[in-house]
Design a protein around this ligand. Structure first.
Ligand code: ZN
Length: 345
């Protein structure tokens, strides 16, 4: 299979690689159509590791994917050949304690695409469990289908925040995850979102996506903006999506008494946090790791027109140019959000 392979020396090659996969009775075989490039793919290319996961063998990249079913296992009932689908990239052990508790994203043995030693899907075909494969509504394109993966992170964050109708939210960071979190926040019932970043084109894009107030923290004071927008009370929910240690450390400033802080971004270094700043507001603190039980809900919101991810898809490359696509993604211009790769038809 001609695939995009990250070698242990961190070079990238389009080359043949043997990925042997058997179609089980509850699996489907999918011909890939569109695969998004995630920050984690780029991170593996540049550093060869994320936390304990180290690239020691050649690995196919890519986990944000949509495609067409070409074959179904004998026991699969809800999908058939020809269905357009997107896929959850993490496959938990169904019998694990975490899975039995409904927290399958936290199963320590989850196998997640493009996380060593598991291959990703920048390749012609993949075999995947039918229960982690979701039919795309007719109105949802493959490109949008491949956006469900990052969107799922934002939706999971909003679910963990227990957003109530009319809440006002702050999102720190206007990268892909910050933007999908802002979209999910509005779909979840927030009346207003303030999104903070330093990069003007990202904020300008955010401002076009709905009831989103951009705040350029390079020359605006976020606390002042939040105070003004909330009658001095503070935001009901603050989502940390920047991964910046500084942002993670001081987000309680803008939170209302009794509000909720959700940590979505993953700072590379440990964060020193002012616990008393959280205590004096009795802040509830939530964290998210990927997502669970979100894909069908995300697709429903897309179908209903309540979430539109199309403006976030800024750059599309052909598979034959996928090495260039990764070079582009490593030094992405400020005007770009999501880079996607289209597989050969
Ligand atoms: Zn991703």
């Amino acid at each position: 299979m001609k695939s995009l392979v990250l070698e242990p020396d961190l070079s990238l090659n389009i080359r043949e690689i043997d990925v042997c996969e058997q179609l089980g009775p509850r699996d489907v075989r999918i011909k890939l159509h569109t695969v998004g490039i995630c920050g984690s793919d780029v991170h593996y290319c540049m550093h060869g590791r994320i936390g304990p996961f180290v690239v020691t063998e050649p690995m196919v990249l890519g986990h944000e994917a949509a495609g067409v079913i070409v074959e179904v296992g004998a026991l699969v009932e809800h999908l058939k050949a020809g269905d357009r689908v997107c896929m959850e990239p993490g496959i938990p052990d169904a019998n694990s304690r975490a899975s039995r508790l409904g927290k399958y994203n936290l199963d320590p043995r989850v196998r997640f695409w493009a996380t060593p030693p598991v291959h990703g899907v920048l390749r012609p075909e993949v075999v995947h469990p039918a229960s982690y494969t979701f039919k795309l509504p007719d109105s949802v394109s493959f490109a949008e289908g491949a956006m469900v993966e990052p969107l799922a992170v934002g939706m999971h964050a909003v679910a963990k925040a227990r957003v109530k109708p009319g809440d006002k939210a702050v999102v720190l960071g206007a990268g892909p995850i910050g933007l999908v979190t802002a979209l999910a926040t509005l779909a979840g019932g927030c009346s207003e979102v303030m999104i903070a970043d330093l990069i003007e084109p990202k904020l300008a894009l955010a401002a076009t996506l709905g009831a989103i107030t951009p705040v350029n923290v390079g020359h605006q004071n976020l606390s002042d903006v939040v105070r003004e927008k909330t009658d001095g009370w503070g935001a009901d929910v603050v989502f940390e999506c920047s991964g910046s240690t500084q942002a993670a450390a001081c987000l309680f400033d803008v939170l209302c008494p009794g509000g909720t802080a959700v940590y979505v971004g993953m700072p590379v270094e440990p964060v020193v946090m002012d616990i008393v700043a959280a205590q004096v507001k009795e802040a509830r603190i939530e964290t998210v790791f990927r997502y669970a039980h979100v894909y069908d809900r995300a697709l429903s919101l897309m179908e209903a027109g309540r979430i539109d991810v199309k403006p976030l898809i800024t750059d599309t490359f052909r598979f034959s140019d996928s090495v260039d696509a990764f070079e582009f993604a490593k030094q992405m211009p400020a005007t770009s959000v999501k880079v996607q790769i289209q597989m050969p038809v």
